[in-house]
Design a protein around this ligand. Structure first.
Ligand SMILES: [Zn+2]
Length: 309
């Protein structure tokens, strides 16, 4: 009996010692990880920019933004993954309804710079999931809530606009007027960017192209911010897209015709879409870089889903 108790005590002591040693090793490992982490994190930051002008300025301190939280739809359909970003983040599409007429909304093409378009897509997805009557029985609505997840993950602000190759995804589509570089007069100039090494060079672009080619999309809204209005697709603007732009502008009170800053738009999703079988397409800009304009865009959704090109 005594030996038995002794045995148990010895075993306990051995277990305690083993546990203590393991903890020591674990905390040593954690400290080691903590000391190497800053360098490791810097190496993980996007370094695939091919423009030398995008080399970070050593004296520039990047602003700290909240990390975007993953969107999870409670009690709703799971999204389908249609492709991956350069950093391997999934590009997801939500589908609502099962009708023959197919409609597509794309948000977040300009990533964290236009993060409120992603927030709007999240609100629309949540709303439609709770109000399935929003989709007529003969319609199907697809929502790609974030086409540029790497941009969103990088920054909420100007640094979050391009993808991890420094490409403006809304200039990377192989429309008839695609160019790698363009006259910047009247255009967005806050950071260096390109239209890609070639038309359709980016995985994010090809994911959306593949999705559109696999469906017969009646109409498409590509959401942007901010403030310029609603741009019809096509070069020159194509008639059904002009009609869609007018109807959406009427519902939202966004500007139509859109404000002309003198910028020439090339390789856009909306232009490529109407050149490749989509009935009508627009670039639609929210009012600012902060609000989702949810009420206006809920009205726009109704107009959009009843639009026949
Ligand atoms: Zn944009």
């Amino acid at each position: 009996m005594v030996w038995g108790v002794n045995g148990v005590v010895v075993l306990c002591l051995l277990a305690a010692a083993a546990f203590y040693m393991t903890n020591l090793r674990a905390s040593a490992a954690t400290e080691a990880a903590a000391t190497v982490r800053p360098n490791a994190t810097q190496k993980l930051a996007p370094t695939s920019y091919f423009l030398p002008t995008l080399t970070p300025n050593p004296r520039y301190t990047p602003p700290v933004f909240e990390t975007p939280t993953a969107f999870v739809l409670e009690n709703g359909p799971r999204p389908t993954i249609i492709g991956y970003s350069l950093a391997g983040r999934p590009i997801e599409v939500y589908a609502f309804g099962a009708g023959e007429r197919e409609y597509l909304i794309v948000a977040g093409i300009h990533g964290g710079y236009e993060w409120n378009t992603i927030a709007l897509a999240n609100e629309l997805i949540t709303h439609i999931n709770e109000n399935p009557g929003a989709i007529a029985t003969d319609a199907t609505l697809y929502i790609i809530r974030n086409m540029n997840p790497d941009g969103e993950a990088r920054a909420i602000g100007v640094d979050g606009r391009v993808n991890n190759n420094g490409v403006d995804l809304n200039r990377n589509f192989p429309s008839d007027n695609w160019v790698a570089d363009w006259d910047r007069d009247g255009c967005w100039i806050y950071r260096p960017t390109t239209g890609g090494l070639y038309a359709g060079s980016e995985p994010e672009t090809r994911s959306v192209m593949g999705f559109i080619k696999a469906h017969k999309i009646e109409a498409l809204i590509s959401y942007h911010s901010a403030a310029l209005g609603v741009f019809p697709g096509g070069v020159p603007w194509q008639e059904p897209s002009k009609r869609l732009a007018k109807a959406l502008a009427n519902a939202t009170k966004y500007a139509y015709p859109p404000i002309d800053t003198g910028c020439e738009y090339t390789g856009t999703l909306a232009d490529w879409a109407v050149e490749n079988g989509v009935g009508a397409a627009v670039d639609m800009e929210l009012r600012n870089h902060r609000d989702t304009d949810f009420d206006e865009n809920l009205k726009a959704l109704k107009v959009f889903l009843s639009f026949i090109p």
